[in-house]
Write a protein that binds this ligand. Structure first.
Ligand code: A2P
Length: 286
């Protein structure tokens, strides 16, 4: 389907429709929280990505409520943190997220990381127990879709072996210079929608010579090249920004199309801008 604005959707493997661009709230907590989220709503964003770890759920809930826009017009994702994994803890974490958001359901709930800590020996059991809690929340109608974040194919395989509800989403770090093709192709094969955190990467991606060349060619900003690249790969970008001007840029991705040749050039560019976060390593210092 051709995407024409941020309200157009991708369809998950359970039929739920997800808007094609979200607003990320990580580190929104470092600025004037509610004001940034109010601006994002005013800018037109309706899909917001938060997590218990971000400390932004309360502010997001407030911005949604104050907007006067019906809850059903929003798409809200949250995630439980590494120390909230396991069957009972996940149920509690979910209830706390709802309470902080002031909502009675979520659109999407994710396991934030596949391991409570790198080197955790019983991660397979912990993941399976956490997933069992998510399946129940889903079956009880408390969340419209459930999924994963930062899961690599072998982590997903472990869940797929025993689950009765298949994961619908995997949210990973994805941007030009770090596209995690192994995860992408696995997810495509198994009908799992990939979402991109850090979709514009870091300063180095925005200053990269290919990205700036293409920005000039298409008459857009380097960040818009990165976000459009994700969309054309069938990946939902979750840009975040504290500036109204950049919020608008990150929403306006539909008046240009990256050519097939340029898509290959981006896909094959040298690695750049990786965060250093990997589920099986202590943070890699770059
Ligand atoms: P800012 O809040 O100053 O706009 P990420 O790691 O999620 O890819 O993004 C890192 C940073 O990129 C964000 O915190 C944001 O900072 C900045 N950013 C977001 N959108 C744009 C944009 N359109 N142009 C330049 N920088 C951007």
């Amino acid at each position: 389907m051709e995407l024409t604005n941020i309200y157009d959707t991708f369809t998950l493997n359970n039929g739920v429709k997800v808007p094609c661009v979200a607003f990320g709230t990580y580190k929104a907590a470092e600025g004037d929280n509610v004001e940034i989220l109010r601006q994002a709503v005013a800018c037109g964003y309706r899909y917001f990505d938060t997590a218990s770890f971000y400390g932004t759920e309360t502010f997001l809930g407030q911005a949604v409520k104050e907007s006067g826009i019906p809850r059903e017009e929003f798409f809200i994702t949250s995630k439980m943190w590494k120390d909230e994994m396991g069957y009972e803890a996940t149920k509690e974490a979910f209830a706390k997220s709802l309470e902080r958001l002031g909502m009675d359901y979520l659109d999407l709930y994710l396991i934030h990381w596949p391991q409570p800590s790198p080197g955790c020996e019983d991660w397979k059991t912990v993941d399976a127990e956490t997933w069992r809690a998510l399946e129940e929340l889903y079956e009880e109608g408390k969340v419209r879709a459930i999924g994963l974040s930062n899961f690599l194919p072998h982590h997903i395989e472990n869940l797929m072996k025993n689950c009765h509800v298949r994961p619908m989403v995997d949210q990973i770090e994805f941007h030009p210079g770090h596209t995690q093709e192994t995860v992408l192709s696995y997810c495509r094969e198994h009908d799992i929608l990939v979402q991109a955190w850090s979709p514009v990467g870091r300063g180095r991606v925005l200053a990269d010579e290919l990205i700036t060349e293409l920005a000039a060619k298409y008459g857009v900003s380097p960040a818009q090249v990165c976000l459009r690249y994700a969309l054309q790969r069938g990946v939902v970008p979750l840009p975040k920004s504290s500036s109204e001007e950049r919020m608008r840029q990150n929403r306006d991705l539909f008046s240009f199309e990256i050519s097939g040749e340029d898509m290959y050039r981006i896909g094959a560019m040298p690695p750049v801008g990786w965060s250093g976060e990997h589920p099986e390593r202590e943070r890699v210092r770059l």
